[in-house]
Write a new protein. Sequence first.
Length: 188
Amino acid sequence: MKNDGFAGSGRTFRRIDHDAIHLVNVQGFSYGGRLAINLAVHPLDLPDMTGGPPSPNTIAEHQCEFRERLTEDDSGRVWEHDATSAGMDSAMRDAAAVYATHGRRFFDQFRGASSVLKTFDFDSFMVREPDLSRYCFGSWVRVAYVLARLRLVEGRIEEAKKFAHAALADATPQFAGFEELQGITNLA
C-alpha cells in the first residue's frame, strides 16, 4: 500500500489523489476466519455520506460516495484464513496480489485530470457507460446526484442541471438529496 502512496494504520489506509480521497479498508468478520478488502473514493469537494466535510485523515469507507469490494470477478470476494499469523499473512498476500491487478484498476479510473469524476459527461450517463452505479449502491440516481453536485462546484452549471434533472426523473421525494437537486435545476 505504501508503494501506491497510501498511509494509515490498523485496517484503513488513505491517500489524496488530486481532488479525491482514495481508501483501502481491511474488513474482519465477527466470527473470525475471514476478511474482505473494501475500496472507496470520495471527492474532496463534496460532503461525506454523513453530511460533514470529508476528512482525508479519518474518513471511513462507509462515508465515501464510491465503494467496491476487492474482487477479480465482481463476486465480492472474501478471503478465508485459519486465524493464525501464517494463515492471515497468506490471505493478505493473496489479497495484495488481487489488489495489484484489480484494486489499482478501480483507483486508476478515479485518478487525476482524467478521473471519471471529471470526464464523465451527460451523454455517457445516458448510455450508462461506464457503469458507475456499481460503485454507488447500484443507483444511477445517486451517480447523477454526485455528478450534479460536482459539476456545480466546478462551475459547470448547465451540466449540473442536466444531471440534476436526470436524478429527479427517477428519485422519490424521500431521496436525501431531492431538495438539493431541485435547487440545482432552478439555477439561472
